[in-house]
Design a protein. Structure first.
Length: 97
């Protein structure tokens, strides 16, 4: 998920200021009028895409702030698959831009 955040930052051309990190960055860029939001998508779909910004917060932040036990290999694989899906979505954003 860290790499997903980095990819969003790169696509957005964002710096490293307080608003250029984590969930705030992804929300800003995919919000209505944000640099990565799809203006051709229906408003509800844009909002739902922005809601995916929580994924890095849920799956990256805990291990960034404390020791986390990853004892379920299936869950770990599912997080990797989610990150892969988010990367594919970002690839489509890059093509659109």
């Amino acid at each position: 998920m860290r790499e997903v955040e980095i990819r969003v930052r790169e696509l957005a051309g964002a710096g490293t200021g307080p608003g250029d990190l984590g969930v705030k960055l992804v929300q800003r860029e995919f919000a209505e009028g944000g640099g990565l939001a799809d203006p051709q998508a229906e408003a509800g779909e844009r909002q739902a895409t922005m809601a995916l910004s929580g994924a890095p917060g849920v799956f990256k932040n805990p291990s960034s702030h404390r020791e986390v036990e990853f004892d379920d290999p299936t869950e770990a694989a599912e997080v990797v698959m989610l990150a892969d899906l988010l990367f594919r979505m970002l690839d489509r954003v890059e093509q659109r831009l």
